[in-house]
Design a protein around this ligand. Structure first.
Ligand SMILES: Cc1cc2nc3c(=O)[nH]c(=O)nc-3n(C[C@H](O)[C@H](O)[C@H](O)COP(=O)(O)O)c2cc1C
Ligand code: SF4
Length: 511
């Protein structure tokens, strides 16, 4: 470079630095920059790339959060259909208290040719649905891009599993590829709501009649943010989203914390029965993150009182994901999946209703062992949200709420969403689900069972202390059928049963 040009470039750089320094000194937002003009920007730059540095350079294979590197790699490999075996043995500390393992058999069973499915539909359901062991958990169009929805639904169509729409309505992208749908309604009743936010039965009936809709689900709560609703800012309410949700374009779209259509456990069960009737006999159920045993028992009592039951209940764990929620709710509210699942399962068994209500489970289900563990704890099938997001390309950058998803999964920015190649990702979703179910079936065979109904709580053990392990059968209460009705359940269950009130969600004070 000629000397004069070099001098000019130097002068420009010096001028720019001086301008930044002057700005830093007079601005009032950042104290660091007022004290350390120019160099203080380094702190903000490093802060911005901290998650990437952590993920790529610091995190070990088993301690990344929410999903560790081992699990992420397995999802990507299974989605791509590449090598999925590990060399050299486990890196986990198998003696650590809390470590869980499945009990294999010295005489493994033969793997069934066909993966088992579970029939959803009690005696009041006229169009039962055979659910796969792993399905796509609820995620709305709005939280996810149109291309992500297309790929998830296309994968479900090719692989023969179900795709839950999430509470954001039934969008054209859910219907394009013909995958089986569970249509979810939340407190906003999006897609079936009146202008002032009430449930609109006629719209619900018309849309539930679509042949792709195989079941309808009412969302009561979600593990990542139980007890609060959600807000989609006006800027994100595009014409397309407004049409899907039946809300005005550009206006803030609010899901309230609680439902308008019921106020008591009896009201809830009556509404589920109404949904099933409006859906012309398709399975109807609800999803919740469990709050307390008493509230679950109040709902179960309501089933007995009303004389009908949901066809399914999906239990979401507090470890579940979301596109956006306050940290206090993500970290400190709601029952984890293990406890929630065992509570719902035992409540139904104890009331003699378990054979008519199927139980789904969601909360970090990503690999075959997660599926088998949840089946042992009381589930009939599982749903997966974030692992499915990874199958369509999510890299766990955890900025879903910013609309700046780097891979086009959780964004409404068409430029970013373009990056997601639908045919390729459709195939990845299909492969990932298929491989996960296959591994679950292989694990069950290794445990000596060829059908999930043969699994028992004794086949899952936990290290409770160094040198001591206990099975789930030994460690937790497992009620016998009708034990609550006969008052032969363990004492604390009977006490909760007596406190539970089918006419109120909040526990009645003990006399
Ligand atoms: C981006 C995103 C959007 C979600 N949207 C919904 C929703 O609309 N309705 C719902 O019931 N759950 C929603 N969830 C929760 C998931 O369906 C699921 O219950 C939870 O994430 C646990 O599953 P996971 O651990 O496999 O992610 C959402 C989760 C994510 C990550
Ligand atoms: S890549 Fe990041 S922003 Fe995109 S879906 Fe995954 S976690 Fe959300």
């Amino acid at each position: 470079m000629p000397r004069s040009k070099g001098l000019a470039a130097g002068a420009i750089a010096l001028g720019a630095t001086a301008a930044v320094a002057a700005y830093d000194l007079i601005q009032r937002r950042h104290s660091v920059l007022r004290n350390y003009p120019v160099v203080g920007h380094l702190r903000y730059g490093l802060e911005r790339i901290r998650p990437e540095v952590q993920q790529y350079f610091i995190e070990r294979n088993w301690d990344g959060r929410p999903f560790d590197r081992d699990i992420r790699s397995i999802i990507y490999e299974r989605a791509k259909g590449t090598l999925e075996e590990q060399a050299f043995g486990t890196e986990r500390d198998v003696y650590r208290p809390g470590h869980e393992y499945l009990v294999h058999s010295v005489h493994p069973a033969r793997e069934p040719q066909e993966a088992p499915r579970v029939r959803i539909g009690g005696p009041d359901c006229t169009r039962p649905y055979d659910m796969a062991l792993v399905n796509v958990s609820a995620m709305s169009f709005g939280a996810l891009s149109a291309n992500a929805i297309r790929a998830l639904n296309g994968g479900a169509a090719k692989g023969g599993f179900a795709h839950d729409t999430g509470e954001g309505g039934l969008s054209p992208y859910h219907l394009e590829n013909g995958g089986d749908l569970v249509w979810e309604l939340g407190t906003g009743y999006f897609g079936a709501r009146t202008e002032d936010g009430d449930f609109d039965p006629q719209q619900f009936k018309d849309k539930a009649a679509h042949p792709s809709v195989k079941a309808v689900s009412l969302k009561l709560s979600q593990g990542a943010k139980p007890g609060i609703g959600g807000v989609l800012p006006g800027a994100k309410v595009t014409e397309e989203i407004a049409r899907t949700r039946n809300v005005p374009v550009g206006e803030k779209c609010v899901s309230p914390a609680s439902h308008r259509v019921f106020h008591t456990p009896v009201g809830l069960i009556e509404f589920i029965a109404r949904m099933r009737t409006l859906a012309r006999g398709k399975p109807a159920g609800f999803k919740l993150c469990v709050s307390s045993r008493e509230e679950v028992l109040a709902i179960v009592k309501a089933m007995l009182e009303v004389g009908t039951a949901p066809d399914f209940i999906i239990v979401d764990g507090s470890e579940g994901g979301t596109a956006a929620a306050p940290l206090e709710f993500e970290d400190h509210v709601g029952m984890p999946l293990t406890d929630g699942l065992m509570t719902v399962h035992n409540a139904l068994v104890g009331a003699g209703l378990r054979d008519r209500v199927k139980v789904g489970a969601s909360g970090k289900v990503a690999a075959g062992n997660d599926v088998v563990k949840r089946l042992i704890q009381g589930a009939d099938y599982t749903n997966s949200a974030r692992a499915m997001m990874m199958a369509v390309g999510c890299i766990q950058s955890q900025i879903c709420h910013t609309d700046k998803c780097p891979v086009g999964v959780a964004t409404q920015d068409p430029r970013r969403a373009r990056a997601l190649d639908v045919p390729d990702k459709t195939e990845r979703v299909r492969r990932y689900q298929d491989a996960t179910v296959r591994e679950a079936v292989r694990l069950m065979a290794a445990m000596g069972v060829d059908h999930p109904s043969q699994l028992t709580p004794d086949q899952l053990r936990v290290v409770v202390d160094h040198g001591r392990t206990e099975s789930y059968g030994e460690r937790y209460d497992w009620l016998s059928s009708g034990a609550l009705l006969e008052r032969s359940a363990p004492e604390q269950w009977v006490r909760s049963w007596e406190r539970a009130d089918a006419s109120a969600f909040h526990t009645r004070a003990v006399a």
